[in-house]
Design a protein. Structure first.
Lengths: 722, 722
């Protein structure tokens, strides 16, 4: 057979194989794929368990997908048996693991290779069914990743007690900053109709350790607390409960007035306090394990205690009192920025003096950066500074500022950078992770929140790779010491299984499965920096288009708009240079950080390039660490961003034989958009800043393909709700 | 002074210099720039002449622009004198040049360094004022190019007797395939108002040797021959005459019927013949030097002799008889292609048997290629094959198929390739140039036509660089042995003079004026191949969008359309391969070429890659001369086209210090469009052909950034009239 004919046959085989699996691969199964061909390994001979609870069912369901039938249940351990159970189950008790299990807590678990009466077996055990569920999903992940062995010795417990999604979902079905279809909550048909998606949602979250969710937008309608809606909430809670997910609600601080008909919502008003207590009682009667309230108050026009001359402490504590008897908590957001001082300083200024004044069931929810989910921010200086108040990080999974669901941006590296950032609040090594999970301050409440990117789209998240951000949030919330590389590795192996489905993968480009996984992983790990590079490198921030935050609009000027909603407020470009002077000679935002960070940030020579224009207004000719001028560095960085996206396209196209046709084509199409958008960003920002710098774009860089005047005319018809 | 400050000052100087000259540099002056700073050389001390005719006036006008005042006129030659005159002028007669001047003919001239009574002088002389005008413009070009010396010895006479523009201008002011505004002819206000542009037009044409023009579209309205319109034509002729430009008209073959009220336009009908004779008499009474008729007959729906069962010979000869007494000629177009056989063969099939049957004042006007002004075509096989009939090449200056006035495409290399193509009609070396200019067949009539790209735009041609195509047509018509490099060199030095205007050029990028001119020249010389590469390389042709011919539409299918108006007719892409089989096993279009060309074209191994898909339908895996498969070669070639345009952008941007701000920005903007369009072409063609080839685009090539389905939706709102 000639080489030519051989290649043609191989190609034909790939094409027909892809065609075969195409219809099934719409992304709806997320990372929970237990295809028959996931593994050929001889894993378990039988299952030994005295429980038929959800963890067992999940295991058998996956096993059935894998092997075509359930794993045979027996009572006496044999070689290859799988033992599943909680500490109270007999076969687990007999193993003498009680003490270890207690140490792992209600949600922790162990997966261990054991010998029972001379028979080699594997045990998955936990103190409770909660931990067992997580243990089973961990075991299944091991199977999916082909990493099963008879040498397992895994003990896990979560970094944060509360691992919670924030849905910015409105009661009318729209989602603020949602890019994957409308809200998954069908409020209209609830509580009568329970979409099967609710359970799939709960299962997906459980598989990655997420144990709570805020159902509605922080820009909350008072209506969510009405009797009618609480019935709907109860119905959802009922579906989520078996998967160890508790329900929380965002509340509107004016609810007593708006919903209760009181003349005020003053938190020091006794009737208001009583109204909240009554409301809490009502909620807990319906939902005994209700989690509590998330509150956005006196922020971006929303009502709050300051409307009545009270403080955030007054407001939060009042709600805390109402929830306390039921074990509920208040998550009070620190996202406040009334015009005045440098916006980056405002949350700190507002909250630092309240440290220690909140009730013990109040947490302050703080966005990772001091502004607002920009492509890259230094961490909020509140972390480490508020020592007596449990702070919970708020991360944004939905890509409001990172290309919506069009751009492939794996957010894990950004979150990892944040969690590993050293606050120096108690000396070196007091990272955000340790500051927030209890290791530094010993706080009993610990939590981390992620603004969900989930919608009604078949693939849940709009972009297939945006699933990885949901996945990564869950994994980091479970274990804030994980690396992004580990997370990407897991997600890729679990999510792109189709070559195994269709037999040995055949690469026209002689790529192996390992090469494929590695190239996709490298792409994911690079993708956040790439987006920063083509959007706003070197600490630039908030130069997005008005309202929808999709494309570039560094020139944006809206008559009558708040200055701190306009890009110029942030970039300050002028003939001399660009950037926000937050040094001691400027707004002194650096002063909110602990030493030696404040000194490091204060000096452009020691300030990391990644944040340099965040903290400094530098001359166009400022000599960067690379030896280039600031202007040239900016040009080369934007250009690198463009070329890196083009590199992603190459990686993806080359991976075609390893991906089912549908997901391949959909991601390919999104990458094409991203490549065009990257050029758009580069051209818009360089041509705009060039009107100040008056310097040529270095001549070895690919030239702009747009005219600034044309780019200024682009007005996308997008709102900030989908 | 530090390096930094120095650079800043230099930059400031450039910017203010550019600002100073900005308003004047709108491109309206074409290549006729005699700026005060064009040259510092000490050229002439005085002028000696006995004529005050137009050539003298043109010289003094340019000299005044150059030096601020006229050159002093004296009667006795002194050192540095310039002598200007015709053979009958005394001071020229005295030089004894009579015999040489006679040999150069009425339009020829000499420019010579001479010694008169021991005084060194320069003489510009000709037999007539016609030649003298061309001589003066040549002298001025030497001045503009800074190439004056005291060793001049130039003798020139034109390659073609008739060097003619074809305006496809309609009487309603629109221009077919016009991309530089509406027609320069203001028919409405003629003959009362004579736009100053008519004279500027005549002068520009005279400066490059063009001596005739067809005022109206070949798709001609009978109205052009009405009494009313002939008065308008007379008025234009009056303006053009001093510049040695004769006027021709396109006529509608049905004019006797449509305009004259006859029942027929049958060329053998005596009344019809008489009508044309009367019409000719009428025209010549108004315009004694009227040139004759251009005729598109029985082509694309236009009337012609075949409507009456007559032939092209009958039609052409009838008109020739009417014009003969006045010295007029008929230019009969061979652009005919009634459906049936391979379109590329039809003109040849129709006309070859008429060879020798036309009257001696008939020329057959043949487009350079056998189809229709495609980005690249092999030459029409009629050239060399019709041995007894004078053929005149029709070139298209307006960029119907080459990016309109958005793409920088210097057409001279395409025309040079055509003119230097060997027909082998009388053995090796019988090039098109020699076949058409009389050197091979000794024909007395010789002519070359160019479809004009001129419109009402301030810069005449829409794109500043499209002026170079007008310029190149004129220069090649004058001297069909010129190289494109010579032509580009002249045009650049004459057209981009602003750095000299503002003093010594200062390059922030340390580029010298010579480097600048060289880089622009290289860009121009590469630009045609580049356009071919990103539009339709390897002999692909006619895969343009329907009607407007701007963008790619290889998939184009219009219900009920003539098959030979659809791209599929030409590319024939299928699962096996792509291309038009015109070999002996196919349509046998190769059979219309002389040996050894027909054999060379017939065999893909010897057929030049540039024409390979013109003549062959080749398998996607066909091994090209490069060693690549056809599919890969196609991919790399499209990609090269894109990258080359990006290279043009770099060249242009780098040239910024040498160009006035207005033309710099306008060309920069057009290049950006071209860069986007190149990507559009590449993506559209590769993604479309990939649906047949089923092969991956080689992975080291930049990936498409569009989806085929989106590209298919693009419908530009363009007609084929502006």
């Amino acid at each position: 057979m000639s080489k030519l004919i051989k290649r043609t046959l191989v190609l034909g085989f790939i094409l027909s194989a892809i065609a075969f699996s195409a219809s099934a691969e719409d992304g709806s199964r997320l990372w929970l794929r237990f295809n028959k061909t996931t593994t050929d390994a001889n894993l378990f001979s039988s299952i030994v368990t005295s429980t038929k609870s959800l963890p067992y069912k999940e295991f058998q369901s996956a096993w059935t997908e894998l092997k075509g039938k359930e794993l045979a249940s027996i009572t006496i351990v044999e070689n290859g048996s799988l033992l599943i159970g909680t500490a109270k189950d007999k076969q687990i008790r007999n193993l003498g693991l009680q003490k270890e299990l207690v140490a792992l807590g209600n949600e922790g678990y162990m997966i261990k290779s054991v010998s029972v009466n001379g028979k080699k077996a594997t045990v998955v055990a936990s103190l409770t069914d909660k931990g067992l569920l997580y243990g089973v999903f961990h075991l299944l992940r091991i199977v999916q990743m082909n990493e099963f062995s008879d040498q397992l010795n895994i003990k896990e417990k979560p970094s944060y007690a509360l691992r919670i999604l924030n849905h910015w979902d409105n009661l009318d079905g729209t989602v603020e900053r949602g890019y994957s279809g409308h809200s998954i909550w069908n409020w209209e048909e609830l509580p009568a109709v329970l979409s099967p998606r609710y359970q799939e949602y709960a299962r997906a979250n459980a598989s990655i350790g997420i144990n709570a969710t805020v159902l509605n937008n922080v820009n909350a309608s008072p209506k969510i607390l009405s009797d009618e809606y609480l019935q709907k909430v109860k119905a959802i809670a009922g579906v989520l409960r078996p998967y160890n997910m508790r329900v929380f609600l965002s509340i509107n601080f004016s609810s007593p007035k708006e919903l209760g008909g009181l003349p005020t919502s003053d938190p020091l008003d006794v009737k208001v306090q009583q109204w909240w207590k009554d409301k809490a009682n009502e909620i807990y009667k319906l939902i005994p394990d209700f989690g509590g309230f998330l509150v956005k108050a006196n922020s971006e026009g929303l009502p709050g205690p300051m409307d009545y001359g009270r403080t955030h402490v007054d407001g939060a504590n009042m709600l805390a009192d109402a929830l306390k008897p039921h074990g509920g908590i208040v998550m009070w957001r620190a996202f406040v920025y009334e015009p005045g001082d440098d916006r980056a300083k405002l949350a700190y200024k507002e909250f630092i003096n309240f440290d220690g004044k909140f009730k013990d069931n109040v947490m302050i929810q703080v966005k990772n950066g001091p502004i607002d989910f920009q492509p890259r921010e230094p961490f909020s200086p509140l972390f480490g500074a508020m020592k007596k108040t449990p702070l919970m990080p708020e991360l944004q999974i939905t890509q409001e500022y990172l290309g919506h669901s069009n751009h492939l941006v794996f957010l894990s590296p950004m979150w990892e950078e944040f969690l590993k950032a050293d606050t120096y609040c108690k000396g070196q090594g007091t990272t955000i992770a340790k500051v927030t999970d209890g290791r530094v301050f010993g706080n009993k409440l610990s939590a981390i929140a992620g603004v969900a990117n989930i919608g009604k789209d078949v693939n849940w998240t709009g972009h297939h790779f945006a699933q990885a951000n949901w996945y990564a949030f869950g994994r980091l919330a479970w274990n804030n010491q994980m690396t992004s590389e580990q997370i990407a590795d897991e997600w890729i192996k679990m999510t792109f299984t189709s070559p195994l489905e269709v037999g040995t993968p055949v690469a026209t480009n002689s790529m192996s499965t390992v090469d494929f996984q590695l190239s996709i992983k490298n792409m994911m790990l690079a993708s956040h920096q790439t987006a920063v590079d083509y959007m706003m490198p070197l600490g630039l921030h908030h130069i997005f288009a008005w309202t929808h935050h999709y494309g570039p609009e560094p020139w944006c000027d809206v008559a009558g708009a708040r200055p701190d909603w306009l890009p110029k407020y942030y970039h300050n470009a002028d003939a001399k240079g660009v950037g926000f002077d937050r040094t001691t000679s400027g707004s002194n935002a650096v002063g909110q950080y602990a030493s030696p960070l404040k000194e490091q940030f204060n000096d452009p020579a020691t300030c990391p390039d990644a944040y340099i224009l965040w903290f400094h207004h530098l001359a166009w000719d400022y000599k960067m660490k690379s030896g280039r001028t600031l202007w040239d560095e900016m040009c080369y960085t934007y250009d690198k961003g463009v070329n890196d996206v083009r590199g992603f396209q190459k990686i993806w196209d080359k991976a075609e034989p390893f991906i089912d046709a549908q997901r391949f084509a959909e991601v390919q199409s999104k990458l094409r958009i991203q490549a065009r958008d990257a050029v758009w960003w580069k051209d818009a920002c360089l041509l705009y800043f060039q009107t100040f710098s008056k310097r040529p774009i270095p001549y070895d860089i690919e030239r702009p393909v747009h005219n600034l005047e044309d780019l200024k005319k682009i007005k996308l018809n997008m709102g900030h709700h989908n």
